[in-house]
Design a protein around this ligand. Structure first.
Ligand SMILES: *Cc1c(COP(=O)(O)O)cnc(C)c1O
Length: 389
């Protein structure tokens, strides 16, 4: 049986050659390829600074730290995301809370955010940072979130792990117009890959310097950071903060840089496949992904919502019928606060009703550039049979 995953990487000979060239060079890490990759992504997105990091999880961690998140602080995000978006705050000793989603886009709802902020302001529990996630590659209502950040004084980290090449109001996601820091993931299931890896973007030079410092042990070589030391002692580097080894290698950067050259082609392929699904699924009792007119999705995921009734097949039955046919459908995501680790903190089922309703109906079906028309037809046929059987 042919296995069709929900997503997978697309590697060509140019990608392989780029990686092999680094293996033949002097520097496997901390050479010139990471800076070249950083420059390419900054240029593509229209951001001033790009900092390559070894994963989006690491980048979310140091982004929180760079924005001053620590014990006693509060970070808010959406429940419909990968756990890393919430975990980053916990790494910093902060607490996490969740804002329910918009039932059309499945992104963090600006109306729910506004209501929750009004309550939090009254009791002195405002978040220091809010992390909107551009689910499936469709941007959040960033104008709305940004306006609230001005009113209530919180910072914004965009988790754009799904969203490189997407656009918001005609401009590339990552340009920093409405966020302090944006992170893209380059895990193999995402839009482009570097094996593992991430780019953190910002327009703020102080944040860029802080991110670079925290990425590499908190060690600085900038002359203004260097503190005077006794002349007879040898000091060839100085650690001035508590950082990590979150660096990207040149091997990973070479793959990422090569994939950047293919990004626009991937985007067109993703949109072509998504549009074909929209047509082929229009007759089924399914809600296809609604697109806000301000957004041009990167289409990392194609999430359908089953219109369930007492007579219909259950979500679980449809999911299992797809898996049994070799179609590795998935669920993005289980509401984060329903995870046992978060339930221990006191979160309970029903906390975000829209997120729970979404969770009970959503299934991600295969979408990636290498998906053939025949495979797509097979997915649609299997799905129809699973729903109608
Ligand atoms: C994949 C993903 C991450 C984590 O990315 P890594 O690069 O694997 O650490 C974080 N947030 C979201 C929304 C993701 O999809």
């Amino acid at each position: 049986m042919n296995i069709i995953p929900y997503s997978c990487q697309d590697i060509n000979q140019a990608d392989i050659d780029a990686v092999v060239a680094v293996l033949h060079s002097d520097c496997l890490t901390q050479g010139h390829v990471v800076p070249a990759f950083e420059e390419a992504v900054a240029l593509y997105c229209g951001a001033k600074y790009a900092v390559a990091v070894n994963s989006a999880t690491s980048a979310l961690h140091i982004a929180c730290l760079a924005l001053g998140v620590g014990p006693g602080d509060i970070v808010w995000t959406t429940p419909i995301t990968f756990v890393a978006t919430a975990n980053c705050a916990i790494y910093c000793g902060a607490t996490v809370d969740f804002v329910d989603i918009d039932p059309r886009t499945y992104n963090l709802s600006v109306d729910r955010l506004a209501e929750k902020l009004a309550v939090a302001a009254r009791v002195g529990q405002l978040p220091k940072v809010v992390i909107p996630v551009h689910l499936s590659g469709q941007p959040c209502d960033m104008v709305g979130i940004h306006a609230l950040s001005q009113q209530y004084g919180f910072k914004i980290i965009e988790d754009a792990s799904h969203a490189i090449s997407g656009k918001y109001q005609g401009a590339p996601i990552g340009n920093g117009r409405y966020a302090d820091i944006t992170v893209f993931s380059f895990h193999p299931v995402k839009i482009i890959t570097s094996g593992e890896g991430c780019m953190a973007l910002t327009n703020d030079v102080a944040l860029a310097i802080r991110l670079r410092l925290l990425r590499s042990h908190g060690i600085s070589s900038t002359p203004e950071d260097i503190q005077p030391r006794p002349a007879q002692e040898i000091w060839n580097y100085q650690q001035i903060a508590l950082g990590f080894n979150y660096r990207m290698t040149d091997i990973h950067a070479a793959l990422g840089l090569s994939q950047m050259r293919r990004l626009d082609e991937f985007l067109i392929q993703r949109h072509t496949i998504a549009q074909r699904y929209n047509q082929l699924l229009s007759e089924l009792p399914i809600t296809t992904p609604w697109q806000h007119p301000d957004s041009y999705s990167a289409y990392h995921l194609y999430v359908i919502r089953l219109q369930l009734s007492s007579k219909s097949k259950t979500q679980r039955q449809v999911y299992e019928a797809l898996r049994a046919a070799g179609i590795l459908a998935n669920l993005h995501y289980i509401p984060v606060y329903r995870q046992p680790y978060y339930e221990q903190m006191g979160f309970a089922a029903g906390y975000c009703p829209e997120a729970e309703q979404y969770y009970a109906q959503a299934i991600s079906i295969p979408l990636y550039p290498g998906l053939t028309t025949e495979q797509q037809d097979y997915v649609v046929r299997t799905l129809r049979e699973a729903i109608e059987a």
